[in-house]
Design a protein around this ligand. Structure first.
Ligand code: IMP
Ligand code: MG
Length: 186
């Protein structure tokens, strides 16, 4: 048994989604995706770095021969909010033409990152493009986003864990928690 002493951190607040609840929901999403993509195994496109934990669990919950690729985007803005100006820092290795693409995102806040990504990926002419987001913050999106698969709708607090960070920390926290520490300046 590993020690969980490091999780007794005053900057970590309330648990928003517990570990067992996360795992149960990821299994459900996996079953749903297995049924929906049965005859056309998808290419999972993980958005780094935040989606790496979710994508690793989700990929194993899909009982189909999926392929996996990753891309990294950077948004200009402060440490805890996006400006909407997004830049592709690491592009995909795969050609998306005629592929069934499933974008795997950690969290949708304003939705600006996702709407930029969707436009940019659609321009590459995939056969289909859907989004699977683990978390969606309630009441924060200005435009309507077409999110086919969502893990949880959560209150609009800043959260960490299960891939999500603040200044690159807490990605390996096994559940989702409110971050209540100082806001780092970047
Ligand atoms: P959006 O463009 O405002 O939807 O922001 C999406 C991106 O901002 C996510 O992919 C995360 O990298 C980051 N982000 C937004 N909210 C949080 C949060 O509560 N914790 C950690 N990262 C977040
Ligand atoms: Mg981030």
């Amino acid at each position: 048994m590993t020690s969980d002493r490091w999780l007794h951190d005053p900057d970590l607040g309330q648990v928003v989604v517990a570990e067992d609840v996360l795992h149960k929901r990821v299994a459900e999403l996996g079953d749903e995706l297995t049924a929906d993509y049965e005859d056309r195994p998808p290419l999972l496109v993980g958005v780094l770095k935040g989606a790496f934990v979710f994508m690793s669990d989700l990929a194993r919950a899909i009982a189909l021969p999926v392929e996996v690729d990753v891309m990294a985007v950077a948004s200009y803005g402060s440490a805890t909010t996006t400006s909407g100006v997004v830049r592709i820092v690491k592009d995909l290795d795969s050609d998306l033409t005629d592929r069934h693409v499933l974008v795997v995102e950690d969290i949708v806040d304003s939705g600006l990152t996702l709407s930029y990504l969707r436009r940019s990926l659609l321009a590459r002419r995939p056969a289909s493009l859907e989004v699977c987001a683990l978390l969606v913050k309630e009441g924060r999106q200005r435009a309507k986003l077409d999110l086919k698969y969502v893990g949880f709708h959560i209150p609009p607090d800043f959260v960490v864990g299960y891939g999500l960070d603040v200044a690159e920390r807490y990605r390996n926290v096994p559940d989702i928690r409110v971050y209540q520490g100082p806001v780092p300046v970047d």
